[in-house]
Design a protein around this ligand. Sequence first.
Ligand code: NAD
Length: 462
Amino acid sequence: MKAHDGMYIGGAWRPAAGTDTIEVVNPADEQVIDRVPAGTAQDVDAAVRAARDAFPAWSTTPPAERAALIGALRDQLVARKDEIAETVTAELGAPLPFSQMVHAGVPILVAGSYADLAATYSFEEKIGNSTVYLEPVGVVGAITPWNYPLHQIVNKVAPALAAGCTVVLKPAEDTPLTAQLFAEAAHEAGIPAGVFNLVTGLGPVAGQALAEHEGVDLVSFTGSTAVGKQIGATAGAAVKRVALELGGKSANVILPSADLAKAVNVGVANVMSNSGQTCSAWTRMLVDSARYDEAVELAAAAAAKYGSRIGPVVNAKQQARVRGYIEKGVEEGARVVAGGAESTADQGYFIQPTVFADVTPEMTIAQEEIFGPVVSIIRYEDEDDALRIANGTVYGLAGAVWAADDAEAVAFARRMDTGQVDINGGSFNPQAPFGGYKQSGVGRELGPHGLTEYLQTKSLQF
Ligand code: NAD
């Protein structure tokens, strides 16, 4: 696609207030592919005003009509799925088949689920002598990361629109072209002017202006814990609602009764997909002492198969950060059994699929979110030890448990401090609530639980 040189505000592409631009770089070959405007507080203000102006009519539009428009938006995403996949591949670096299946495919499912929910959800309930109305929160400031550029946008915009909220989106600076494509889709779908607005720009400028804007009623943020804490503090000071979807350091717990080869292979594949840039990735693999060496061999072989099949990481800074973690792992005494910090590509921000053995729970690579294709295999002595290790980080976003039967795995999963657990390789459910315990965040996305984040209650007594 060709980038727009303006902001999508009030139903039209308008020139940006300033003249600064952001370069969009293809991480596979390090070439600048386009430029988008770097928004300022002035652009954010114009977008918030447009969203406020549109709120009274949108919030009182019958849910069935909102549902039809979200359905039309879904259809636009279907019509543009090839362009979306190519754009995500160009600005994120993901291999094209993965972009087609996941980056373009999953948002279609999520948008479709909110078209259905808007049509069927009961925005009214009776409790004793009260009628309780579930009303939209107001104007939403959505701030999204680059790792799943369209999914992160649709996760926020679709439920917000279903609830009757209007939105200003500030997407990640690395992946603004996908966001512009989404704005085109919203426009073509007939989403009324001002209901969805887009301001591209830098986090500390446009993002911060949006989070601080007094015309925003709810800030929904996905990204790093450091920025999330800052946004949470700003929202708290203004008594503004906030949803935070932050980092993770999820455990893949392989119990002694599990099919080891399957659990290891699926676990390595989980981390390698999207080059490890998935907040819910199972980056810590927990294996019992008796089968530890076998698991290490299987994981090293599985990672080696990914060799040149994974894409680069998003930018040079991320590449340096991931390499730094790999070097730190070696320094702290972990053993590289596949991959390593050296790059094997002449150009592009590639990282080798890397597996560490002899990782202990307190090592930096077992505690901090690396956001790259790096798996740490940790030994446990018994189930209580495995649980202590699994729960032993500040995060609690996701995880996996493997056992001979589901009941055994469920019993373990119920003791984990985490928001989502896949049992024996259970598959992704776009309607299941997604979000974290502990420092992985506040609030939930997806399905009916994701919708309620954008609603507030009003009780009438009779
Ligand atoms: P980030 O938190 O800096 O950026 C996420 C979004 O927040 C972007 O749109 C960015 O422009 C915006 N932002 C940045 N500073 C802001 C500020 N002061 N006020 C308002 N908005 C601001 O994340 P990043 O630099 O893109 O990635 C850094 C790390 O974050 C990654 O290595 C990874 O650990 C983590 N991360 C997590 C997720 C997730 O889904 N949980 C996604 C991406 C990154």
